[in-house]
Design a protein around this ligand. Structure first.
Ligand SMILES: *Cc1c(COP(=O)(O)O)cnc(C)c1O
Length: 289
């Protein structure tokens, strides 16, 4: 499903599938987890609907995983969602509702929709600890990859990570996972669009989830759809106070320049949201030179 959301989104769908299977008497110690795709499970899962609000990528991860296992899925998309993501979901039998509104209001609508139906499971991008735990697995994976590449990480050779932030869930989960593995040798920095500095605003003001960029007259206009959320999650401020090194902001025009550079110089194609982190890398290189 092509983004960091896979770690959290796919993980939470699998956790829910596991829970439902066990509650209904299936023995997951006997069956392989790949058996979750078999008919006997699909019939059970099909009674349930998984709902989530998304600017695009979380919906893609959750929707594709849910439909793979036979769940019904309803994705509530804010107006930022790009057409190809919506189309891909619909092609896979996922219901997509589009709101002519910002992300926070799409979340509220999704929550209400899910509460009405006892067979609906809501994945809460603004507060889910399962999403957070899924993102945190990145710590273990990155540690393995770096050691295979024989790259040392220590206080003398710190690992500085630039993490694009929307609600702050995925970057804080990743930062948390990395801190567990590398402790003080990792230096996490969040990166946000200049017109969507939601986590920066929440943490700097101390108001966290109780303030949005719209409250202080920022227009929230950015082409970084993965980061296009005006209000931080309920948990990022709490979990990150003693772990985060800093937050920086990047303009959309710089973001597009980095995206183009990455394609041209490294032949790596990423979506705009994924390119904002390059800013810190380029700046630190300039400083060290
Ligand atoms: C969602 C997303 C982020 C940020 O994750 P949050 O949990 O919203 O902070 C970063 N990059 C991409 C590509 C995304 O889709």
């Amino acid at each position: 499903s092509g983004s960091i959301k896979s770690r959290g989104g796919i993980y939470e769908v699998l956790c829910f599938a596991e829970k439902i299977a066990i509650e209904n008497g299936f023995d997951l110690k006997k069956d392989n987890y790949q058996d979750l795709r078999k008919d006997k499970y699909r019939k059970l899962f099909n009674q349930w609907r998984i709902e989530v609000a998304s600017t695009g990528n979380l919906g893609l991860s959750v929707g594709l995983m849910a439909s793979t296992l036979g769940f019904k899925a309803r994705i509530h998309m804010s107006h930022d969602a790009t057409d190809w993501k919506i189309n891909k979901l619909r092609q896979n039998g996922v219901e997509v509702k589009i709101y002519d509104d910002n992300f926070s209001n799409a979340v509220a609508a999704a929550r209400v929709s899910s509460q009405r139906d006892p067979y609906s499971y809501f994945i809460d991008d603004e507060g889910s600890k399962l999403l957070f735990a899924g993102y945190a697995t990145a710590g273990e994976r990155v540690k393995k990859q770096l050691s295979e590449m024989q790259i040392e990480v220590s206080k003398e050779h710190p690992l500085v990570v630039y993490l694009p932030a929307g609600v702050g869930g995925s970057p804080s989960g990743v930062a948390f996972g990395l801190k567990l593995r590398f402790a003080d040798a990792v230096i996490p920095i969040f990166v946000e669009p200049t017109h969507m500095p939601s986590v920066l605003l929440g943490m700097a003001s101390g108001l966290n989830h109780d303030i949005s960029v719209y409250d202080i007259g920022i227009d929230g206009k950015t082409a970084a759809d993965g980061l296009a959320v005006g209000r931080p999650s309920m948990i990022v401020g709490k979990y990150m106070t003693d772990k985060l090194f800093g937050i920086e902001t990047v303009s959309d025009s710089d973001m597009f320049a980095y995206q183009g550079m990455l394609t041209k110089l490294e032949n790596i194609v990423v979506e705009p949201s994924a390119a904002v982190g390059l800013r810190g890398l380029i700046q630190s290189k300039e400083i060290s030179e």
